[in-house]
Write a protein that binds this ligand. Structure first.
Ligand code: DAT
Ligand code: MG
Length: 177
């Protein structure tokens, strides 16, 4: 009886840590600075825009991705003529894989990135400001919540993602729900 009461209490205690009370996890997306963005020294510029917007970094790694990982990442494009070249370019040098968190982050990140084709991207967007060709468009961002969840699971192990409370959270969000 006492044992079951204690185990019940420990489950409740784990569920309501200060972390979960102060900030329930918001939507997450997968963002990558592609190898051309890294080579061109645009990592800081891209991170700066997401930070300044108010989004919260949940995970980040600087890595050279294998072609196997990239083939899986772009599996929906496997029948496109540019697929082999795309995977090769993405594996050609280090990239920065990131997970960003915030209300509406999947859609907003796509707006911040601009269109797939830099020529169609407005000034003020990342692709609009920093690149010219579709095959060298410097940044990746998940296109839906469903693909964000798939991509985050593909690129990060659970322990590589961190839940934390941003000190300025209540100045970015009106409500903390
Ligand atoms: P996005 O990266 O905007 O989500 P996507 O998922 O349609 O675009 O394609 C993935 C990447 O493939 C894209 O960032 C650049 C490359 N790509 C797309 N269309 C292409 C094309 N017509 N020629 C060459 N590369 C292309
Ligand atoms: Mg895409």
């Amino acid at each position: 009886m006492l044992a079951s009461l204690l185990s019940f209490l420990s489950v409740i205690a784990r569920k309501f840590t200060p972390e979960s009370i102060m900030s329930a996890q918001r939507e997450r997306t997968f963002i990558a600075v592609k190898p051309d963005g890294v080579q061109r020294g645009l990592v800081g510029e891209i991170i700066k825009r997401f930070e300044a917007k108010g989004f919260k970094l949940a995970g980040m790694k600087f890595m050279k991705a294998s072609e196997e990982l990239l083939k899986q990442h772009y599996i929906d494009l496997a029948d496109k003529p540019f697929y082999p070249g795309l995977c090769k370019y993405m594996a050609s040098g280090p990239l920065v894989a990131m997970c960003w968190e915030g209300t509406g982050v999947v859609k907003t990140a796509r707006v911040m990135m601009g269109e797939t084709r830099p020529a169609d991207s407005k000034p003020g967007t990342i692709r609009g400001d920093f690149c010219i060709e579709v095959g060298r468009n410097i940044i990746h961002g998940s296109d839906s919540i469903e693909s964000a969840n798939k991509e985050i699971a593909l690129w990060f192990r659970p322990e590589e993602l961190t839940s934390w409370t941003q000190a300025n959270d209540s100045w970015i969000y009106e409500s903390n729900e």
